[in-house]
Design a protein around this ligand. Sequence first.
Ligand code: GDP
Length: 297
Amino acid sequence: MPFQLFQKIRNTIEQVVGGGRGVDEELYEELEASLIQADINVQTTQRLIGALRRAVEEEGIRSIQQAVEALKREMVAILEVGDPSTMGLKEASLPPTLYLVVGVNGVGKTTTIAKIAHMLQSRGKRVILAAGDTFRAAAIDQLAEWAQRTGTDLVRHREGADPSAVIYDAIRAARARSVDYVIADTAGRLHTRSNLMEELRKIHRVAERELERVPDEVLLVLDATTGQNAISQAKLFMKYIPITGIVLTKLDGTARGGIVLSIADDLKLPIKLVGTGERLEALEEFNARRFVDRLLE
Ligand code: GDP
């Protein structure tokens, strides 16, 4: 993953320490600018700088290595949101496991659904896709194409049908066919915002009634290249539906991996998966330590 800006952050620390100045005020200022440039918001940047400052004052840090370690430690603390049981995708003890996938059109929702199906199938699981974006015929067709390519079953209704009926049918079909997972697509049109949000609420309610538990994951897909915009989108969705985790797409297409930190710190939601390309295999389960090590190699 190309994280040029993080390379710059590292260079900043190196220059200052290498120049024999130690960890000083100028370093903090340069670091602050670089972190913000890397799409980390002001609040999170200040949290990181604060942690570094404390490490310097309390632990007497003087070397680049130690400074980077202190920063990494705080980044991991930010990224490990919630208790360890929220890490990774939840699996129901009583199948089918249901994942509702929500997000604005264009963020990579459909591709992500196909990638998750592919990942689960490669682990020997059986998957049904539910074409819950009945607002657009093209969305149903696109999901059908992915279902064919990944060899998963698909439950679809006609354009304009009630999306919660599609998801209800998919849960029923999964039970009848002993399928392990239902992954449900949902609409992502934002121009008729209130309708969409009511629709999502209804889907959630109908699924909960049928499963006799809440959906196992409600995954919000966000596009990393949209920066702070992604955070505003998340806040809107969170007002209406209980999001359990984030999938961050297009991390291959941005030098601004810092958005990952802003999302975790600002939304306090775990990042479950990251998309790193257009191919089916380009999906990774998010691991905070590994991610941070890669940022500041
Ligand atoms: P949707 O409207 O949210 O369902 O978005 P799509 O799944 O149709 O994806 C929109 C575009 O983003 C497509 O061209 C995808 O190939 C692309 N895309 C999705 N995920 C990723 C990713 O992780 N990296 C890159 N580079 N492109 C992606």
